[in-house]
Design a binder for this molecule. Structure first.
Ligand code: NAD
Ligand code: UGA
Length: 441
């Protein structure tokens, strides 16, 4: 089939490459000319394991091309996947829909005289419930002959290709049998491999996405709230999480206590959902999401406070080493990174902060130029008064605590992700503190 993928960021670039991989002819469209040029050369504009090879293969075989022309996109295919950003509005927690609206406005003239199949605009972006219907109305008002479906994206950065080619479910919000059949055809190889296909209306599909992210965020904040309780009563949150997670009704995933969630989606999605619920008169139904958000941002302050205590109550004249800048391991994405929020706050309070990350230093430097950066861990830790482990890259778990103890000024470590080997660090003479584990320090 011929498909377009509009917006070639994390979601769009991966979707475009994977759709070409399963045999479709794909045209990727973006307004960012530089991004289009990089992708057209078969290079991903961000770090995502496996994407580079897949893109090169797709571009070399000619199954994947890129353009900046909406006219060309409207002409190229009948099925258009919309993957543009839906960031938080600067003036509120609501989603900024200007990019999705921009896409349909740009496509509409080209869809006025669609071919015999009829055009299908398929939203993958995460949007407030009701958006698909509003976009369908917008297209109709512009005289375009197009159906709108919603097919939310559940991929995780760092394993985006696996999540796209072997998803746990495909959700298709459709208003017609024709739209459902089209989506089933697009995903035929995945469905043949047994992927569940859940066909529903567009409102339910839009809600599945924000409800899923809200549930994940709630799980993380729940365990971090328990960590706060553990700190007061001298209990151990890791054992608590392990024992809770052993209950198959609860499950162990997304119960990792620590610095909390960040990234381009969970934080903005729970805020947008809370705002949308207010708009439809049901703010009380998801009022808990405001607390989920508060608990989450509080973890960042708690880590900075803990580090400040470890360096003697003031950051003035102190050196802080930060391990990790990406919002999670396996990604170079620093959007709303908890690690960088902590690093910035320590700097604001007077510390000299040096940050290491295996992949995200360039992005971090662009977003936080006032911080210092080091290309290896030992350099970041040189003469540090405290080391903060903020993003749990596997290479940090393999560090030699004895060797690192010789480069720091004071062997004090905050394991804000609860993944370091406590025994090993203690044996090498380190004071190691972690949220929710008061007996360690
Ligand atoms: P992104 O910011 O990485 O990429 C968005 C792209 O859209 C950019 O390249 C931008 O130039 C382009 N764009 C903006 N307006 C355009 C227009 N009018 N026409 C063509 N291109 C345009 O965003 P992302 O992280 O890929 O997220 C996209 C959407 O998917 C968001 O709604 C997000 O919530 C959702 N989502 C993201 C992830 C993720 O892991 N990043 C996962 C699931 C869902
Ligand atoms: C998340 C969802 O997992 C995806 O299903 C969804 O598609 C995506 O958001 C989206 O809508 O954009 P992602 O943001 O890539 O994916 O990252 P996650 O792996 O979910 O991690 C999110 C944050 O939660 C990270 O900062 C991570 O460190 C934190 N986290 C995760 C915890 O603090 N504890 C946990 O137990 C799990």
């Amino acid at each position: 089939m011929r498909l377009t993928v509009i917006g070639t960021g994390y979601v769009g670039a991966v979707h475009a490459a994977c759709m070409a991989e399963i045999g479709h002819e794909v045209l990727g469209l973006d307004v960012d000319e530089e991004r289009v040029a990089v992708l057209a050369a078969g290079r991903p504009p961000f770090y995502e394991p496996g994407l580079s090879r897949m893109l090169q293969r797709a571009v070399t075989t000619g199954r994947l091309r890129f353009t900046t022309s909406s006219v060309e996109a409207a002409r190229f295919a009948d099925t258009h996947f919309v993957c543009v950003g839906t960031p938080q509005r600067p003036d509120s927690g609501a989603a900024d829909l200007r990019h999705v609206e921009g896409v349909v406005d740009a496509l509409a003239p080209g869809l006025r005289r669609a071919g015999h199949n009829g055009a299908l605009v398929v939203g993958k972006s995460t949007v407030p419930v009701g958006t698909a219907d509003r976009l369908a109305e917008r297209l109709r008002a512009a005289g375009a002959d197009a159906d709108v479906a919603w097919n939310p994206e559940f991929l995780r950065e760092g394993c985006a290709i696996q999540d796209t080619l072997r998803p746990e479910r495909i959700v298709a919000g459709v208003h017609s049998a024709r739209a459902e059949a089209r989506l089933r055809a697009v995903y035929a190889p995945l469905l043949a491999a047994g992927t569940p296909f859940i066909a529903t209306d567009t409102a339910t599909a839009e809600l599945v996405k924000v409800a899923s992210n809200s549930f994940l965020a709630t799980k993380v904040s729940f365990i971090n709230a328990m960590a706060e309780i553990c700190d007061v009563v001298g209990a151990d949150v890791l054992t608590l999480a392990e024992a809770m997670g052993a209950d198959s009704r609860i499950g162990p995933r997304f119960l990792a206590p620590g610095l909390g969630f960040g990234g381009s989606c969970l934080p903005k999605d729970i805020r947008a959902f809370a705002e949308r619920a207010e708009e439809i008169g049901r703010g009380d139904s998801v009022a808990f999401l405001r607390q989920v958000d508060e608990i989450n941002t509080r973890q960042r302050r708690r880590i900075v406070d803990l580090a400040q205590r470890l360096v003697g109550g003031t950051f003035e004249g102190r050196s802080v080493a930060v391990l990790g800048a990406a919002f999670k391991p396996g990604s170079d994405d620093v959007r709303d990174s908890p690690a960088l929020a902590v690093a910035e706050e320590a700097r604001r309070r007077g510390a000299r902060v040096r940050v290491h990350d295996p992949e995200a230093v360039d992005n971090a430097r662009a977003a936080h130029p006032a911080l210092q950066y080091a290309l290896d861990v030992a350099k970041a830790c040189e003469r540090a008064d405290v080391v903060l482990h903020l993003t749990e890259w596997s290479q940090y778990q393999e560090l030699d605590p004895a060797a690192l103890a010789t480069v720091v000024r004071n062997p004090a470590m905050v394991d804000a992700r609860n993944t370091l080997d406590v025994q090993a660090w203690h044996s090498a003479g380190w004071q190691l503190c972690a949220p929710g584990r008061p007996r360690l320090g």
